[in-house]
Design a protein around this ligand. Structure first.
Ligand SMILES: Nc1ncnc2c1ncn2[C@@H]1O[C@H](COP(=O)(O)OP(=O)(O)OP(=O)(O)O)[C@@H](O)[C@H]1O
Ligand SMILES: [Mg+2]
Length: 312
C-alpha cells in the first residue's frame, strides 16, 4: 500500500465571472470544486497510474465530509483523524479571460496536541516495512514544524519509506530524521540552504547540502528543465520531455506520484526519477487541475533522458 499524508487539506472552490467588480453582486458563469491537498494530488496521480493508495490526514466538519466522499468517489482509500470545526475552504474568483483573480484562503481548524498524537498513533499502527509514505504540504494551525520529523521517525522505526515534499522549517526538521527522499523545487532548495541554484553545479551543491542535513536521497525539480537526483552513489540530471505547457501547478505533486509509483514497483531510484519527470510533464501539459494518466505518462517516459554528472 502507498499512503499519502495531507495534514492541511482544503476544499478549493473556483468561480468564474465575466468581469471583476468590487462592491457589486457578481454572477458566476462556471463553478468547480477540487479536493485540495498536495497528498491528495499524489493519490490522484497514482489512480491515473492504476495504483491504489490511502489518503491520511486531518479533516473536520461538512467540508471534511465533502473531501472524504470526493476522494472515495475517485477510488482513493481514506483513513482520517477527525478534528473539531470545519476543514478550510479556499475560494478563487477568476475572470473568464484569466486576466484577474481574487483568492481567499481560510485558516482552517486548530489541530490540538491530542489529535496530533492520534494521527501519529494511527501511522504507528498502519506503517509496515517496505511500504511507501508521501508526506506533503504545509501544517494546519496548532501543528508545529517538527510534525513531519515525528512522522518520519515513526515510519523509520517500522522500516517504512518516507518521501517528504514540504518547505522551510518543516523540511529542515524533517531532514534531520533521515527520510528516504525529499523533493523540493529549486526555489525551495535555495530558500532552505541559502545557496544559489542558477546552474546545474549549484543545484547539485544544494542537493549535497540537503543530504548533509540528513535526507538520504534528494530530488530537486526544476520545472520544464527537468530534475536532479543525488544519492550516496552519485548525481544524475534528467531532462523532462518536451510538452505544450497548459498548467504547471501541481506538476511537482504528480512528479512525486510518478516517483513513488515506480519505487513501489521496485524500480531503481534513477529510473523512478524518469517516471517522476514524465508524470510531472504529463500533468503540466493538461489544463486545470487534471493530472496525467498512464498512456500519456508511458509515452513521455520513452522520451526521458539521463546524464550522470560529476560533482566536486
Ligand atoms: N513545462 C514543463 N515541461 C516539461 N516538464 C515539466 C514542465 N513543468 C513541470 N514539468 C515536470 O514536472 C516536474 C515538477 O515540476 P516543478 O519543478 O514545477 O514542481 P513544483 O514547483 O514542486 O510544483 P508544485 O509544487 O506546484 O506541484 C519537473 O521536474 C518536470 O519534470
Ligand atoms: Mg512542489
Amino acid at each position: 500500500m502507498i499512503y499519502t499524508l495531507t495534514p492541511n487539506p482544503a476544499v478549493d472552490r473556483e468561480l468564474t465571472v465575466p468581469a471583476m467588480e468590487l462592491d457589486s453582486v457578481l454572477r458566476a458563469s462556471e463553478s468547480r470544486v477540487d479536493f485540495g491537498g498536495k497528498g491528495f494530488n499524489v493519490s490522484r496521480l497514482l489512480k491515473g497510474m492504476e495504483a491504489s493508495s490511502t489518503a491520511v490526514g486531518f479533516l473536520a466538519g461538512n467540508a471534511g465530509e465533502l473531501l472524504q466522499n470526493g476522494l472515495k468517489s475517485l477510488g482513493i482509500g481514506t483513513d482520517f483523524v477527525w478534528v473539531a470545526g470545519e476543514t478550510r475552504t479556499n475560494v478563487s474568483i477568476v475572470t473568464q479571460t484569466h486576466d484577474h483573480y481574487i483568492k481567499v484562503n481560510e485558516k482552517g481548524p486548530l489541530v490540538n496536541f491530542a489529535k496530533q498524537q492520534e494521527l501519529l498513533d494511527k501511522i504507528d499502527l498502519l506503517a509496515k516495512r517496505d511500504e511507501w509514505w508521501v508526506l506533503a504540504g504545509s501544517m494546519p494551525p496548532g501543528v508545529a514544524d517538527d510534525f513531519y520529523a515525528r512522522v518520519v521517525s515513526v515510519l523509520n522505526k517500522h522500516e517504512a519509506y518516507a518521501i517528504l515534499d514540504t518547505t522551510g522549517e518543516a523540511l529542515r526538521l524533517g531532514c534531520v530524521e533521515k527520510p528516504y527522499l525529499v523533493k523540493p523545487n529549486a526555489e525551495e532548495a535555495q530558500a532552505l540552504t541559502g545557496l544559489p541554484v542558477s546552474n546545474t553545479a549549484e543545484i547539485a551543491a544544494a542537493a549535497a547540502e540537503l543530504r548533509k542535513m540528513g535526507a538520504q536521497n534528494v530530488v530537486i525539480s526544476m520545472g520544464k528543465a527537468g530534475a536532479l537526483l543525488q544519492t550516496s552513489e552519485g548525481t544524475w540530471l534528467t531532462h523532462s520531455p518536451k510538452i505544450q505547457e497548459k498548467n504547471p501547478i501541481g506538476a511537482g505533486d504528480s512528479m512525486v506520484g510518478g516517483l513513488v509509483w515506480a519505487l513501489d514497483q521496485a524500480v531503481s531510484l534513477k529510473d523512478a526519477l524518469g517516471w517522476g519527470v514524465a508524470s510531472g510533464a504529463a500533468t503540466a501539459s493538461l489544463s486545470g487541475t487534471e493530472v496525467g494518466t498512464r498512456p500519456l505518462i508511458e509515452e513521455l517516459f520513452g522520451q526521458v533522458s539521463f546524464k550522470k554528472i560529476e560533482t566536486v
